[in-house]
Design a protein around this ligand. Sequence first.
Ligand SMILES: [Zn+2]
Length: 70
Amino acid sequence: MSTKLVIVCSRCGGLLLSNADQKTKACIYCGSRFIVNKAKKLATAKNALEASRILQQIKRKNKFNKTTIV
Ligand SMILES: [Zn+2]
């Protein structure tokens, strides 16, 4: 299983999961496509399960920061 990255969309700040070997990623929130290498990385995970766990932890921490981006 390939390494997963937790990255931040450079346009809307949404949290996304990406494969470490993936070059570009389309944001599920705003639809913009950006280069994974240039995106802000929050965490690295060994597999998808760990990645989703990390993602949930970050989301929980950032609850107060919940944005109302349409
Ligand atoms: Zn986005």
